[in-house]
Ligand binder design. Structure first.
Ligand code: ATP
Ligand code: MG
Length: 401
């Protein structure tokens, strides 16, 4: 038996007051986008605080499950077995009971013979149905008990809550596959993700996108010190994150000249921190030129020398007019790794690559930089840096991921 529909539950949108319609429309759009080109198509409607996704023909359940599992705003996905009306009539109670018995194992996800408790819950949206919802639930419950001796009823804490809805058609559903949660893409604003080839930044981008933000991304490479393979890896990571939040424009910035200037003229132990400040400066400029209202990085307190609280203060001060979102700031590395595995970026992130940050690093970078000292050293080459920064931005390459 095929699933004829998917009932999508969402969480926070339900409490959005006057903006609820806006969030629901964005969720419906996200779902439609995720399912485009899948099977024979789907019709997405919003009914009574949930999204109803009706299959218009054949489709592959696993494919649908994977696609819907990537839509932000989706809390749970309930695959439903549906029964259409015949001559505009819903099935009578005997036919309804037979259908419930027939689809019970598929709908509940248990094997025949499994000992479980259950409860039938009926919603009678079509008020013309001759029996009321209590009667329908009782009849179906009775038939299920007769048909499957390993089941028993528990009305308080059932293992299986078997839903029966009498609407335009009948829906039977019970299983709930968890979705990613968050808010629908396009309901926040657009932010610029500083995307490296590492483990952290893709996770950081994912987390902010999960709150409804759209993303652009910027990657700093340093040819010939970093390879095309390293760039290809970042493109692949951008594509993976885009699988959740829709297309990402990736700005690839040639950072070599900036990096060499810093390398030649600044104290060796300050290279990384000054370089990171220049990255932030460039990222902010590209962000504001492209309608982004925030930056995102994968920084986490204390992870490396450039991420001590003192270093973060100095890095942060390079950004003038927008917030820097650092969703991983308080997370341990293992937690971030677990998340990257969960969202599917880990395998790409661990491929070997050269990071432009690591090529010019000092053996003993400052871990407690002072902002006034760093700014002073930077200002000694500010004319040259300003020019190189402008040239780097002018020479950007844009890749649609
Ligand atoms: P990641 O795993 O994200 O690379 P990391 O632990 O290696 O992070 P750093 O190299 O210090 O840490 O970088 C901190 C953050 O700065 C990254 O999470 C990313 O947002 C940004 N970043 C670092 N290198 C680059 C780069 N080459 N291009 C774009 N952003 C970068
Ligand atoms: Mg890195």
């Amino acid at each position: 038996m095929k699933y004829g529909a998917y009932i999508i539950k969402y969480a926070e949108i339900g409490v959005k007051g006057k903006n609820r319609g806006f969030f629901e429309a964005a969720l419906a759009e996200g779902v439609s986008r995720a399912l485009s080109g899948c099977g024979d198509g789907f019709k997405v409607t919003c009914i009574a605080g949930r999204l109803y996704v009706e299959a218009l023909g054949d489709h592959d359940f696993e494919d649908v499950k994977e696609r819907l599992g990537k839509v932000f705003g989706v809390l749970g996905i309930c695959p439903a077995v549906t029964i259409a009306r015949v001559d505009r009539k819903l099935p009578d109670i005997d036919a309804l009971c037979d259908a419930a018995v027939k689809c019970f194992h598929q709908v509940s996800g248990i094997e025949e013979g499994d000992k479980r408790t259950f409860k039938v819950k009926c919603r009678r949206v079509d008020k013309t149905y001759p029996l009321d919802s209590m009667e329908v639930a009782a009849k179906i419950g009775e038939k299920l008990l007769d048909a499957f001796p390993s089941l028993s009823v528990d009305v308080h804490e059932p293992d299986i809550l078997f839903h029966v809805e009498l609407r335009e058609q009948v829906n039977f559903f019970s299983l709930e596959i968890p979705g990613p949660g968050g808010l629908p893409t396009g309901t926040a604003g657009k932010a610029m993700l500083l995307l490296s080839g590492g483990i952290d930044s893709p996770v950081a981008g994912y987390m902010i996108a999960r709150r409804g933000a759209s993303l652009e991304a910027v990657y700093f490479h340093a040819p010939p010190y970093t390879s095309d393979r390293a760039k290809a890896k970042v493109v692949e990571l951008a594509e993976k994150v885009a699988g959740y939040c829709g297309k990402i424009r990736l700005h690839v910035i040639n950072f070599t000249a900036v990096q060499l200037a810093i390398y030649e003229k600044c104290p060796k132990d300050e290279l990384t921190i000054i370089m990171r400040r220049q990255m932030m400066r460039i990222a902010e400029k590209i962000a504001s030129n492209n309608g982004c209202i925030g930056l995102i990085t994968g920084e986490s307190i204390g992870q490396v020398a450039s991420q001590t609280m003192q270093s973060l203060l100095v890095t942060d001060a390079a950004v003038m007019n927008m917030p820097v979102y650092r969703p991983l700031i308080a997370m341990d590395k293992q937690y971030i790794i677990d998340m990257s595995q969960q969202i599917g970026t880990y395998e790409t992130s661990i491929l070997p690559y050269e990071d432009c940050c690591t090529i010019f690093v000092a053996k003993h970078p400052v871990t407690r930089p002072r902002l006034d000292v760093i700014v002073k050293h930077e200002s000694e080459i500010s004319g040259e840096l300003d020019r190189l920064v402008e040239e780097a931005i002018a020479g950007e390459e844009i890749i649609e991921a």
